[in-house]
Design a protein around this ligand. Sequence first.
Ligand SMILES: [Zn+2]
Ligand SMILES: [Zn+2]
Length: 376
Amino acid sequence: MNKPPLILTNILMFTITGLIALVAVPLEAFNNGFDWVEISACIFLIYFSGMSITAGYHRLWSHKAYEANGFVRGVLAVGGALALQNSILHWASDHRIHHKHVDQNGKDPYSAKNGFWFSHIGWMLREYQHHRYDDYENCRDLQKDKIVMWQHKHYLAIMLGVNFGIPILLGWLNGDVLGMVLLAGVFRLVFVHHSTFFINSLAHIWGKQPYTDKNTARDNGILAFFTFGEGYHNFHHIFEYDYRNGIKWYQFDPTKWLIRSLSTIGWTKNLRRCPEERIEKAKVAMQLQKVKEQVSSLPDAEEMLTKLQHEYDLLMHRMAEYYAAKKQLMDAKRQELKLGYDKLELAAKYKELKASLAEQKSNWTKAYQLELQFAR
Ligand SMILES: [Zn+2]
Ligand SMILES: [Zn+2]
């Protein structure tokens, strides 16, 4: 079968930036070194552009896991252009197809079943998806977002503006344009590129599958560290509308922390979480399946499996009871809170009425005594 034509722009861009990051940056470090301003700017821009992809392109726009105000969306749209991964509309369209047809070669744009190279970067080097480059049917909702459409329309200008403008300006202010462009410009770009690409490649190859094995996605704490929390990809593929990828408090997910922090000042809202009960059930069902596979070859397999199934059924039963009770308790607490509030309101009203009654009583006494005086 003939392969689709190569995309020269992408090949050149990845090759040139990659070579600069691998050769020119270490040479510059060796010859002139980088100062703390350049290093800080690089780290800051890695987080800014990387998390514009994870918090913006991915969790906000592709999955609608939460809502954000215009200012946050604007900042994420500019940061996403800095990451040089195409427009929000295009990225989200690809990503929604990835979730819908995950692992199906020919449909999933970066199917992991096509191997590491293809899912990492190969899918962008040839015209595999040419037929749908102007078709954003699966992102009609995003086409109503003015910031998404503004970024899509002016993507090239914004992307070039920030990628050249920010490092050159910072370098000029710091007195060394070349050093800043190399580190905070090119090295930063290549680092964030591959950190995002690892989610499509490594996060579908390396790690555990605690929630589902219906697709290749894996949970991997090491990868989470380099991908702003997106390494918990097995959880993500089963509960994609959850604004978190690492659901435990100790799991490294700075994207989740950012979204939650912004919600405390009202800049983000309606953060979606999958009910704990469904997460727990998926995890236990997966454990049962794994142990069944292991036990099935043993001589007394049947007896063991019966016992296991019995324990599992009991666990499901207890879990349902527990979560029903938990919900009742939460409802009761909410009711109590409302009652408490009503009581407070009533008490305030009572106090107010008491005061106005006392006032009126004294007014009455005065009027009454005055009348009495006249009557005499
Ligand atoms: Zn994936
Ligand atoms: Zn996703």
